[in-house]
Design a protein around this ligand. Sequence first.
Ligand code: C5P
Length: 221
Amino acid sequence: VTAPDLTGRHVVVSAGGTREPLDPVRFLGNRSSGKQGYALARTAAARGARVTLVAANTALPDPAGVDVVPVGTAAELREAVLGAAADADAVVMAAAVADFRPAAYATGKIKKRDDQEPEPIVLVRNPDILAEISGDRVRPGQVIVGFAAETDDVLANGRAKLKRKGCDLLVVNEVGERKTFGSEENEAVVLGADGSETPVAHGPKEALAETVWDLVAERLG
Ligand code: C5P
């Protein structure tokens, strides 16, 4: 049983994966299930926090006692996170936000024509929400946590990303076939801007969530 150390705190968690529409029936998406974000929301609520869960395209039941804000695209996720972050003590960006979106949206379904090759899909950059909230801190003392999925040079890439994003903590996952996505379990290293390195052994996503909140609570003082 964990002490209710997040009592009186408001935390924002993003979960799931954004979908960037191409036309009314198609989108660019990713394999994030939202399970890690939901585990973070559940454990924060159990530790006494008021929780806003910004959920992108998840198919999971709403955790009890958590304020769930459903979103679809990166732009919607950004609006919801920025809005909720204004009075939050901590923001944990567990969502897989699309780095790019189609430059154009076709209002009618893109048709296949026998006599024509398909048009290439042109992409444009999405705003980096984690970097944005880490760059102009709206609340002094706010703790901001990012996630990174890396396939190689996990620690070196993680350190570089932590610096680039400007967040306080970065949870680095090694991804590969059968690892992390959609799974009930996770294994990670949590890197701190203070140089700290906290390994989390392979185990349930709740265990990683508890470690994240331990590190957040320490920094909230
Ligand atoms: O750069 P990369 O996508 O690997 O970074 C992952 C982290 O950044 C995650 O915490 C994710 O939620 C966040 N992110 C974001 N906005 C984006 C892309 C990623 O906030 N456009």
